[in-house]
Design a binder for this molecule. Structure first.
Ligand code: ADP
Length: 205
């Protein structure tokens, strides 16, 4: 296996998404991928170069799932910051596959990167859009000096992307940015999705 280092550690506060086991994969000599089960709204590393990614919708004013949880934890200021993001066309602040950045307010991280994944059954090219959602989030993070970033399983909730395909897309897109971040994390809410991400990382890294 090309994996140079894989250890399972117990997360303390730093990089924690609830304090469970963390699986660690090397992306480059200076960059690691970490997988854990947990709640992304409590994840942070240093509060200044860290960001979480929100699986938002195109209007960016909050919704269900992880989006709702992030807005509740960040407080009403996040909704106001999102409202200030210009519309690119009626009802759309962030087109599918793109990303936008805001402060994080009451969350323990410095920034929130909002991206919109494809609705699996509706989108003509869901794979390209899901890759773009990861890629544009990472580009925007890099432009803003982020060194630690945590993703949820974009599109794997109400947008119904099959998680065994989504996990491969997520890991292979993260791999394109090997070396650009100190740490890239996935904080996954359910056991089946976490297991799928673990399989994909063992396969692709
Ligand atoms: P989408 O609309 O992109 O499908 P959802 O929020 O419906 O977004 O689901 C994306 C994933 O986020 C799902 O796997 C869901 O279980 C997960 N999720 C929900 N709440 C949280 C949370 N607090 N932390 C991390 N992941 C979460």
């Amino acid at each position: 296996s090309p994996i140079r280092a894989r250890v399972r550690v117990w997360s303390g506060m730093a990089g924690g998404g609830g304090g469970g086991a963390v699986d660690r994969f090397e992306l480059s000599p200076s960059s690691v991928l970490k997988l854990q089960k947990g709640d992304i709204t409590v994840w942070s590393v240093d509060g200044s170069t860290d960001a979480i990614v929100n699986a938002a919708n195109e209007l960016m004013l909050g919704g269900g799932g992880v989006d709702g949880a992030i807005h509740r934890a960040a407080g009403p200021e996040l909704r106001e910051a999102c409202r200030a993001v210009p519309m690119v066309r009626p009802g759309v602040r962030c087109p599918t596959g793109e990303a936008r950045i805001t402060p994080a307010f009451r969350l323990p991280v410095s920034r929130v990167i909002h991206t919109v994944g494809p609705i699996y059954d509706v989108h003509p090219q869901p794979k390209v859009s899901l890759e773009n959602a990861y890629r544009n989030s990472l580009r925007l993070a890099k432009e803003n000096g982020i060194q630690y970033i945590a993703f949820p399983a974009i599109s794997c909730g109400v947008f119904r992307y099959p998680y065994n395909e989504a996990s491969r897309i997520a890991i292979s897109t993260i791999k394109e940015f090997s070396g650009d971040f100190n740490e890239v994390h996935f904080v996954l809410f359910s056991d089946d999705i976490y297991q799928s991400w673990l399989e994909a990382a063992r396969e692709l890294l």
